[in-house]
Design a protein around this ligand. Structure first.
Ligand code: F58
Length: 839
C-alpha cells in the first residue's frame, strides 16, 4: 500500500518513472550537468575535477537509488528470510569506479566525461576513501557486501557512520604520525540520510522490577540515565550486472529530542543544549587499534549503540509483516563479525522479554536460532573481555541478562554434560581476574550462536583445539569453517583492467567476473610463449603505475627489471615485517661485500613495505622507523645502485592497495605459523599474478593446495611445531646470519641504534615469541629460490599465470555462497523482470 496524499494519482505516478534512467552518453552528460547546476549549484561552464566527480557521483547515485528502491520493494513483497551482517567496521574504499563497473556503465561515463572535457582517471582521484575499518576484518565485510548483492541475496549490512575513519598516516623523518581523517568534509554523495529512520538508544540508569498479572510474572523496566538518537544513513551496494542493490545501513548518533524540561526551566538553556551535543561523540571516531583489546567505555558505548539501533530496526521491519514472533527465526539471520556486536544477544533478549512480553524460554529459543558468529583471531590478547562493573554501569539490564544466560549455561554444563569444578569455571562467560570480574564476549557469542566459524581451514581447526577447546567438546556441531575470499570485481576487474581484458580474451568469456573458478582455464596457457609475452606486458603496465607512485613519493625512478617485492598490511610483531627488513639488511651487506664483477649477477629488487601501526603500539612504530632508516641508508648508497631499493609507502589504504597489488611480482605473507587467521591480501596478490613467499599459515595453506606449493616460496616451521619451539627458544642456537643482521642494526649501521634496542630485545635473549630467529634461515633460502627463479623469465611467468589460474576458490562469492547455504539458510531473490519498473 502506498501512503501519501489524499487523492493519490497512481496512474500518473507510475507513468512518470516507468523506466530506468538512460545510460547513453548524452543522457549521462545531461544528468551530470544537471547535478553541477542544481545539486552543487555551480556554474555549468566552470567546474573542476572535484566538482565533476561530485556531479558524476550524484548522477550515478540516481541510478543506484532506482535499483535500491526496486530491490527493497521486491523484498518487502516477497518477504524471504533475510540476512543481516553486523560489523563495527566496513572498509569500503572508493565507490565511484565500483558502482560504474557493477552497473556496467564505465564506457558511457568515460565518454560522457571526456566529451565534457574531463579525464575519468583524474575525476576518480577526487574521491576520498571511506576508511571505516582497520584492516582485514573491515575489508572482508566490504567484499562480502559486494558478493551478497551480486548473488541477489536478501542482505543488509549494519554498522557505524564514524565521522573520523582510520587515521591518515604521515611519516616524518621515519616516524609515524597520526592525523585525523575527516572524510566527510565535502559531503559523501553515496549515502542517503534517513532523518525519519531513528531509534532511541539508552545508557546507564537502573532497572526496576514490577510484579505483573495473576501469575506474578516479573517485569523489568530499565530507567535509563542517558538517551541518544540513532539516525540511519543508507549506502546502496550494487551487485554486478544484476538489478539487485543491497543496503549498508550506518548509524550516526544525534542528541535526542526529548529535552530535559527540568534543566531548561531552571534557566540553563545553553548548557543543556551543549550537554545534549555530547551524544554525537559516540559515533565520532573509529578505534584504530588492531593489537590488543582495550576496554574503553566509549568503545563499549559504540558497540551497544550499533546493535541496539540495528535490532530495533530489524524487529520493526519484522513486525510490520508479522503479528507474533513465531516466524522470526525463519525470517532473520544475523552474522556477528567477530565479538564486537555481541551485545546484540542480550539486546535481542531484552527487546523480546521486556518490550514484547515474551518469556525467557521463547526469547532464548529465538535468539539462539538467529545468531551466528565469526572468529578472526587466536591471539589471546585480542579477545574482548569487558569488566562486569563497566557493563553493569552502562547497561544494567544487559548485565542481568548476561548473568542469567551464564547461570543457565552453567546449569546445563553440570546437568547435561557432567562438568564441574575448574572446568566449569574455565567455561564460564563471567570470569574472575586480577582486574576484577570480566565478561568473556567470545564465550557469550558462542553460547548464544547456533554456529561459529573460523576464516580459513587451518584457523577453524586451531580454534577448536585452543581457545574454544572445551566448547568444541560439548558442541562439535556448532563449529564450521568458512575460508575467506575477496571480490574479484574490485580486486581484479576494476584495479587491473589490462589483466582482466587478457583473461577475458583468453577464456573467450567475461563469466569469470561472477564465476572465478573459470580462471582454471588459464592453466593450459601457462607455458604458451605468446601468451606469456602478453602476460608479461600486462604485468609491466601495472608495474609502471606502481613505479610512478614510487616516483611521486621519493623522486626515484626505479629499475623496471627489478623484482617488485611487496609486504603491505598492518604492522604487527606476528606479521614479522621485522624479519623482512632483517633479510633486506643482509642482502644489502652481501651486495656491499661483492666485487663489481660479482654484482653483475645480483637480481635487482625493489622492496616495498606499507602499513599502519596502532597509535599505542610502540614496537610497531619502531619497526616503521627501522624500515625508514634502512631505506635511507640503502637507497642513497651508490655502490648498491639499483640492485636494491627499499621504500616505506605511507598511509597504506584500499586505494593504494589497488595500485600496489597489481604491480607486484612477489608478495610476503610471512606470519609465524598459527598466528594469521587467514589473510586476504594473499588472495588479492595471487589473483593478480604475484608470487607468494610465505609460511604455512592461515589461508596460505589452501592457496598452496590450489595453485601448487611448487608455484610459491614456502618456508618456515609448521604451526604444530610452534608451541614446543616456543618452550625451547631460550636454548636454541641462534642463526649466525640472523645475529649478523641484528648486530648491524645494533651497531648503528642505519643510525638511531638506541632507538631500536627494544625491537632487538624482543627477538633476542630467549624472547622472540614469534620465532623470527628460528625461521630466518629457511626464509633466506626461500629468498634465494626467488632470485634464481626470477632469472628464468619463462619459469617465473608460468608460475605467475598459475597463481592467477589457481585463485578461483578465493572469491568472496564462493565464501558467501557457503555462508548462505550452511549457516544463514537464505536464498537468492533475483528481481523479477521489470515490466514498468515500479509495480
Ligand atoms: C583479520 N583481523 C585477521 N582484526 O587478522 C586476518 O588474518 C583475517 O584475514 C581478517 O581478519 C579477515 O578474516 C582483523 O583485521 C581487526 O582489525 C580487529 C579490529 C577491531 C579490534 C581488534 C582487531
Amino acid at each position: 500500500p502506498v501512503e501519501g496524499g489524499d487523492h493519490l494519482n497512481r496512474e500518473l505516478l507510475y507513468s512518470l518513472l516507468d523506466s530506468y534512467l538512460k545510460n547513453d552518453v548524452v543522457s549521462i552528460q545531461e544528468s551530470i550537468v544537471h547535478h553541477v547546476e542544481f545539486t552543487l549549484a555551480r556554474s555549468r561552464y566552470k567546474f573542476d575535477n572535484r566538482e565533476a566527480y561530485f556531479a558524476a557521483a550524484h548522477s550515478l547515485r540516481d541510478r543506484l537509488i532506482e535499483r535500491w528502491n526496486d530491490t527493497q520493494a521486491w523484498l518487502k513483497y516477497k518477504d524471504p528470510k533475510r540476512v543481516y551482517y553486523l560489523s563495527m567496521e566496513f572498509l569500503m574504499g572508493r565507490t565511484f569506479l565500483n558502482a560504474l563497473h557493477n552497473l556496467g556503465v564505465i564506457a558511457p561515463y568515460q565518454e560522457a566525461l571526456s566529451g565534457l572535457g574531463y579525464e575519468m582517471e583524474n575525476v576518480q582521484q577526487a574521491e576520498r576513501d571511506a576508511a571505516l575499518g582497520n584492516g582485514g576484518l573491515g575489508r572482508l565485510a566490504s567484499c562480502f557486501l559486494d558478493s551478497m548483492a551480486t548473488l541477489n541475496l536478501p542482505a543488509w549490512g549494519y554498522g557505524i557512520r564514524y565521522e573520523y575513519g582510520m587515521f591518515r598516516q604521515v611519516v616524518s623523518e621515519g616516524f609515524q604520525k597520526e592525523q585525523p581523517d575527516y572524510w566527510l568534509t565535502f559531503g559523501y554523495p553515496w549515502e542517503i540520510e534517513r532523518p525519519h529512520v531513528t531509534y532511541p538508544v539508552k545508557f546507564y540508569g537502573h532497572v526496576s522490577v514490577h510484579e505483573e498479572g495473576s501469575d506474578g510474572r516479573q517485569n523489568f523496566v530499565w530507567n535509563a540515565g542517558e538517551e541518544v538518537t540513532a539516525v540511519a544513513y543508507d549506502n546502496p551496494i550494487p551487485g554486478f550486472k544484476t538489478p539487485t542493490c543491497a543496503n549498508l545501513r550506518l548509524w550516526a548518533a544525534k542528541p535526542c529530542q526529548e529535552f530535559d524540561l527540568e534543566a531548561f526551566n531552571t534557566g540553563d538553556y545553553v548548557s543543556s543544549i551543549i550537554d545534549k551535543q555530547k551524544a554525537e561523540t559516540i559515533t565520532s571516531v573509529l578505534y584504530p587499534d588492531d593489537k590488543t583489546f582495550e576496554g574503553k567505555e566509549l568503545r563499549l558505548k559504540q558497540q551497544h549503540f550499533m546493535v541496539s539501533a540495528t535490532l530495533q530496526d530489524i524487529v520493526r521491519r519484522y513486525k510490520e509483516q508479522h503479528k507474533d514472533f513465531d516466524a522470526f527465526p525463519e525470517k532473520v539471520a544475523m552474522q556477528l563479525n567477530d565479538t564486537h556486536p555481541t551485545l546484540g544477544i542480550p539486546e535481542l533478549m531484552r527487546i523480546l522479554m521486556d518490550e514484547n512480553r515474551l518469556g525467557w524460554t521463547q526469547s532464548w529459543d529465538i535468539t539462539t536460532k538467529v545468531f551466528s558468529f565469526t572468529n578472526h583471531t587466536v591471539l589471546p590478547e585480542a579477545l574482548e573481555q569487558w569488566p562486569v562493573s563497566l557493563v553493569e554501569k552502562l547497561l544494567p539490564r544487559h548485565m542481568q541478562i548476561i548473568y542469567d544466560i551464564n547461570w543457565r549455561f552453567l546449569q546445563e554444563l553440570q546437568q547435561n554434560h557432567g562438568i564441574s569444578g575448574d572446568k566449569l569455571g574455565n567455561m564460564s562467560i563471567i570470569v574472575d581476574t586480577e582486574y576484577g570480574k570480566m565478561v568473556r564476549m567470545a564465550y557469550l557469542a558462542l553460547v548464544a550462536s547456533h554456529t561459529v566459524n573460523g576464516v580459513a581451514a587451518m584457523h577453524s581447526k586451531l580454534i577448536k583445539e585452543t581457545i574454544f577447546k572445551d566448547f568444541n567438546a560439548i558442541w562439535p556441531e556448532k563449529f564450521q569453517n568458512k575460508t575467506n575470499g575477496v571480490t574479484q570485481r574490485r580486486w581484479l576487474a576494476q584495479c587491473n583492467p589490462p589483466l582482466a581484458k587478457l583473461i577475458t580474451d583468453t577464456l573467450g568469456t567475461e563469466a569469470w567476473v561472477t564465476h572465478l573458478d573459470l580462471l582454471q582455464g588459464l592453466r593450459e596457457h601457462a607455458e604458451d610463449e605468446e601468451f606469456q609475452q602478453k602476460w608479461a606486458g600486462v604485468k609491466k603496465e601495472a608495474k609502471v603505475k606502481l613505479a610512478n607512485m614510487i616516483k611521486d613519493l621519493s623522486g626515484d625512478e626505479v629499475n623496471m627489471e627489478a623484482i617488485f617485492d611487496v609486504q603491505v598490511k598492518r604492522i604487527h610483531e606476528y606479521k614479522r615485517q621485522f624479519m623482512n627488513i632483517l633479510s633486506v639488511v643482509l642482502r644489502y651487506d652481501r651486495i656491499k661485500s661483492m666485487s663489481p664483477e660479482e654484482r653483475k649477477d645480483v637480481v635487482p629488487r625493489v622492496v616495498i613495505i606499507g602499513g599502519k601501526a596502532a597509535p599505542g603500539y610502540d614496537l610497531a612504530k619502531r619497526i616503521i622507523k627501522l624500515i625508514s632508516a634502512v631505506s635511507e641508508t640503502v637507497n642513497k648508497d651508490s655502490e648498491v645502485g639499483d640492485l636494491l631499493k627499499v621504500y616505506f609507502v605511507p598511509d597504506y589504504n584500499v586505494s593504494l592497495a589497488e595500485v600496489i597489488i597489481p604491480g607486484s611480482d612477489l608478495n610476503q605473507q610471512i606470519s609465524t605459523a598459527g598466528t594469521e587467521a587467514s589473510g586476504t591480501s594473499n588472495m588479492k596478490f595471487a589473483m593478480n599474478g604475484s608470487l607468494i613467499i610465505g609460511t604455512m599459515d592461515g589461508a596460505n595453506v589452501e592457496i598452496a593446495e590450489e595453485i601448487g606449493e611448487e608455484n610459491m616460496f614456502i618456508f618456515g616451521v609448521d604451526a604444530k611445531e610452534v608451541p614446543e619451539l616456543r618452550e625451547q627458544r631460550e636454548y636454541l642456537q641462534v642463526d649466525p646470519q640472523f645475529q649478523h643482521a641484528v648486530n648491524m642494526i645494533k651497531n648503528g649501521h642505519f643510525g638511531w641504534n638506541d632507538y631500536f634496542n627494544p625491537l632487538i630485545d624482543s627477538v633476542t635473549g630467549g624472547r622472540d615469541w614469534y620465532l623470527l630467529a628460528n625461521d630466518f634461515n629457511s626464509y633466506l633460502q626461500a629468498q634465494e629460490r626467488v632470485d634464481s627463479e626470477w632469472r628464468d623469465k619463462k619459469v617465473w611467468l608460468k608460475k605467475s599465470i598459475l597463481s592467477t589460474a589457481g585463485s578461483g576458490k578465493f572469491s568472496s562469492d564462493r565464501t558467501i555462497h557457503e555462508y548462505a547455504e550452511d549457516i544463514w539458510k537464505v536464498e537468492p531473490q533475483p528481481p523479477s523482470p521489470p515490466e514498468g519498473r515500479r509495480e
